[in-house]
Design a protein around this ligand. Structure first.
Ligand code: GLC
Length: 504
């Protein structure tokens, strides 16, 4: 691989979340699989992504769709085999794309052999009454279930997802071996599920404050970081489901010795509002510990899709959100389908598969074409497809969201300032968020309802209105509602582009 400094690929690159059951089916059973992901790598290479995170790929009874793991060192038969996963890592590597797996260390499936063979790996309590007031994150009911053995076991999610006891050193050792197993196979790192809750209060004291964000969780993070640092250029990105930014920052560690990236839930959950998002970004910029790097995302398999949640189905607003994700300082994670502005799909009651969380609408198959089955499957898809435009539709149109995303990624690749340049907020009217990157780049989003004017000189490199690409600005720019631009105000843009770049 090209000689880039360690950490460059995941800091400067664009990452892309693949929900394997819904990306591409290769055998007609209606379920996406790893061979299917391999078949679509050329799309990802064309788009320009540097790495993919696969939602859980392990054998699982699928009570929580893969997040109830029955074996951490094998592949779910619905998705393929270990050989298929090796082939995916190799084929992706050939295209300079790395592969991250989803590690689930908070709990296992109750069908994992550990639950019967090593009960001491889990959190137990005795007594007639519930051990404390902890609540299940899924149903809000008690987080404890009475086992046939008469004891209570902890389960912060479903009753079929018993929580592991991270005070037991044997659990930590098991996970060291699991992490090594995959890193040795060439996996580039992990997205780590439910980081904030892995360790609970040892004395099982009541909430608030005792079922998550315990100080000892940082020992686990440091342990994994040290282990991962023994390999070349790997990355740990945490699902850090915390609502206070200062608490979130702690997951990067003191001296950058914990997670490389910590997902920002307050940003994801904020409305698409200039003042709200700007405030979060400014707080992150001010509060990140030295050496830490931001990460931005607007969609995932839990929260649903940005085109629906943030943009309420307005394609122009979704395009603004994509400009934002791809031009802030930090690593953007796109969710499969974001590149075409895919919306959540309404799910009829009889089609519901996620009984635990009602999250099916954001997990539906990728519409590659507009044929029945969407080019995703020749069989009956496990979840329905929506009726929005497909990849094949959008590829025909240079003004499509797909081409916009590709152009933005291309621009990032060509312009170091858009990857690593400092962020600085610029003055802007209400509803507008404008910032500078490095010396010469300005991004402006009009998320408000009125036309807005900004003082800005330079040339539009990429705008959501592609007809304006290349437009020279002479001191002011007018933005319509739901319009965004990326503007270059330095010396001649074309001269600074490498000769072999595609035309912007
Ligand atoms: C994480 C996952 C979610 C899952 C939960 C329990 O939040 O993202 O999908 O249901 O953990 O494992």
């Amino acid at each position: 691989m090209a000689a880039r400094a360690p950490g460059t690929w995941w800091r400067e690159g664009v990452l892309y979340q693949v929900y394997p059951r819904s990306f591409q089916d290769s055998n007609g059973d209606g379920i996406g699989d790893l061979r299917g992901v391999i078949a679509r790598l050329d799309h990802l290479a064309w788009l320009g992504v540097d790495g993919i995170w696969l939602n859980p790929t392990f054998p699982s009874p699928d009570r929580d769709w893969g997040y109830d793991v029955a074996d951490y060192t094998a592949v779910h038969p619905d998705l393929g085999t270990l050989e298929d996963l090796d082939a995916l890592v190799a084929e992706a590597g050939r295209r300079d794309i790395r592969v991250l797996l989803d590690l689930v260390p908070n709990h296992t499936s109750d069908q994992h052999p550990w639950f019967a063979e090593h009960p001491d790996y889990y959190v137990w309590a005795d007594g007639d009454k519930l051990p404390n007031n902890w609540r299940s994150i899924f149903d809000g009911g008690p987080a404890w279930t009475r086992h046939a053995n008469g004891r209570w076991y902890l389960r912060l999610f479903l009753a079929q997802q018993p929580d592991l006891d991270w005070f037991n050193p044997a659990v930590a050792e098991e996970f060291d071996a699991i992490v090594r197993f995959w890193l040795d196979r060439g996996v580039a790192g992990f997205r780590i599920d439910v980081c904030q809750a892995i360790v609970k209060d040892r004395e099982l004291r009541d909430d608030p404050g005792h079922s998550a964000n315990r100080p000892e969780v940082h020992d686990v993070m440091r342990r994994w970081r040290a282990l991962t640092d023994g390999y070349e250029d790997r990355v740990l990105v945490g699902e850090t489901y915390v609502h206070e930014l200062d608490q979130l920052m702690r997951y990067y560690g003191d001296g950058a010795d914990e997670l490389h990236l910590a997902f920002n839930i307050p940003f994801l959950q904020a409305p698409l509002d200039a003042a709200r998002l700007r405030a979060i970004v400014e707080d992150v910029e001010a509060g990140l510990p030295p050496g830490a790097w931001p990460v931005w995302t607007g969609s995932n398999h839990d929260a649903g899709r940005l085109a629906t949640r943030w943009a309420r189905g307005d394609a122009a607003l979704a395009r603004c959100a994509l400009v934002m994700l791809l031009t802030l300082r930090g690593t953007p994670f796109l969710y499969y389908g974001d590149e075409i502005g895919l919306c959540d799909v309404p799910i009829r009651e009889e089609a519901v598969r996620d009984h635990a969380g009602g999250r099916d609408g954001g997990r539906t198959p990728m519409p590659w074409t507009s044929e029945p089955g969407g080019g995703f499957t020749t069989g009956a898809p496990w979840l329905p497809l929506g009726d929005g435009p497909s990849v094949a539709d959008q590829i025909q149109h240079p003004s499509s969201t797909l081409h916009l995303v590709r152009s933005l990624i291309d621009l990032r690749r060509a312009q170091p300032d858009l990857r690593t340049g400092a962020y600085a907020t610029l003055p802007a009217p209400d509803g507008v968020w404008a910032w500078r990157r490095g010396e010469d780049w300005t991004v402006a989003l009009n998320l408000g309802e009125h036309n807005a004017e900004l003082t800005l000189s330079g040339r539009i490199a990429v705008g959501t209105n592609r007809a304006r690409d290349g437009e020279e600005l002479s001191g002011t720019i007018r933005l319509r509602p739901a319009e965004a631009v990326v503007v270059f105000s330095g010396d001649d843009l074309r001269q600074r582009l490498p000769q072999n770049r595609r035309r912007l």
